[in-house]
Design a binder for this molecule. Structure first.
Ligand code: FAD
Length: 305
């Protein structure tokens, strides 16, 4: 019920106008999204890097349904990478890419060509690319793409979602030398056949996966705002003798900024996931619709302002 209301709102240009112009919601959007253009993204990146954080930038554009949209998204990433390099913000800043935004849903080869071009540009800019993970129907194709990309661009990173039953095994596959794996809980509404449903099961899976990655030979990226999981990450870093450049914490822009600063202050590498772009309305509304519990997630961030 709540999901259909939010989805209906996400398609309504009237609601979008209302959300975009109401002072309160404008503040909410600004809290979680850097702005609409490349310059906004560069400005916010500069501020975060000045505060001792590293950054991964996401150009919002998941509803890609035509080749032209896919190409425009690719071109925006190319411009962004040039801008980051020119501003001296690499390698502190890298980019996160959704294959669906590059055409994966209707032309897998086009999506691959686009993401490869972004990897080439990231190499030239002296930084890296991480492939975001979307719903479970895309996990295999995204991991296949990762393996292909890593032949020429070995630093390309992947995301694994602890709520999926398969993920512990994927972690074992990807815990080898040179791999970069972001571990998150997972943000999509997934069926019981493929995903743990209770928070407790997801958290336990996260810890099992974290153990696999932290004891492996790759570079774990622990993406969570959960204080218990962060504490366990810190504990395992000590246990497995990993220094600050041998793993990192990641959090979303606008969520628990004081915790991001605390961890960075303690010498950990902390990366802020920074979304920007015209499609911010769809981004926020889809996050809410996919998982209405995200209302609580964003609400909590505002309450802790
Ligand atoms: P939650 O279960 O949301 O929260 C657990 C606990 O953390 C809470 O009980 C509370 O104590 C604390 N907490 C959480 N939020 C707040 C807050 N706002 N203020 C204060 N305390 C809070 N998902 C994907 O499916 N694919 C991706 O590619 C992907 N990439 C991501 C990249 C990054 C850097 C991050 C941080 C998340 C990403 N996600 C992705 C989203 C992720 O899967 C989760 O949906 C999201 O991070 C919420 O889970 P959580 O681990 O933060 O904990």
């Amino acid at each position: 019920m709540l999901r259909s209301v939010i989805l209906a709102a996400s398609r309504s240009s009237q609601v979008e106008r209302l959300v975009a112009t109401a002072p309160l919601t404008r503040d909410v959007v600004r809290r979680f999204v850097a702005g609409t253009g490349t310059d906004d993204a560069l400005r916010a990146t500069r501020e975060l890097v000045a505060d001792g954080l590293t950054v991964t930038l996401d150009n919002l554009g998941e509803d890609t349904v035509t080749p032209d949209q896919a190409t425009a998204t690719r071109d925006e990433y190319l411009a962004l990478l040039r801008g980051l390099a020119a501003a001296g913000l690499t390698p502190a800043a890298e980019v996160s890419v959704k294959l669906s935004a590059l055409g994966q849903r209707f032309d897998a080869q086009l999506a691959y060509d686009n993401v490869r071009a972004i990897c080439v540009a990231a190499d030239q800019a002296g930084t890296t690319v991480t492939l975001d993970m979307e719903d479970h129907t895309t996990t295999d194709s995204t991991l296949d793409t990762l393996l292909k990309l890593r032949k020429d661009h070995p630093s390309t990173g992947a995301v694994l979602q602890a709520y999926l039953r398969r993920t512990e095994s994927d972690c074992r596959e990807l815990a080898g030398v040179g791999s970069r794996v972001r571990l998150c809980k997972g943000a999509y509404a997934e069926p019981e056949s493929v995903a743990y449903q209770s928070a407790r099961e997801v958290d336990k899976s996260y810890v099992r996966c974290l153990n696999v990655l932290m004891s492996g030979a790759g570079y774990p990226m622990l993406a969570t705002h959960d204080p218990r999981l962060i504490a366990i990450g810190e504990d395992r870093a000590r246990w497995f003798d990993r220094g600050p450049d041998e793993f990192e914490f990641q959090m979303l822009y606008g969520i628990r900024p004081e915790e991001q600063a605390r961890l960075a202050g303690e010498g950990y590498t902390v990366r802020t996931y920074l979304p920007y772009g015209e499609d911010w309305y769809g981004y926020l509304m889809r996050r809410l619709a996919e998982r209405p519990a995200n209302l609580v997630f964003f609400g909590r961030a505002l309450a802790s302002k």
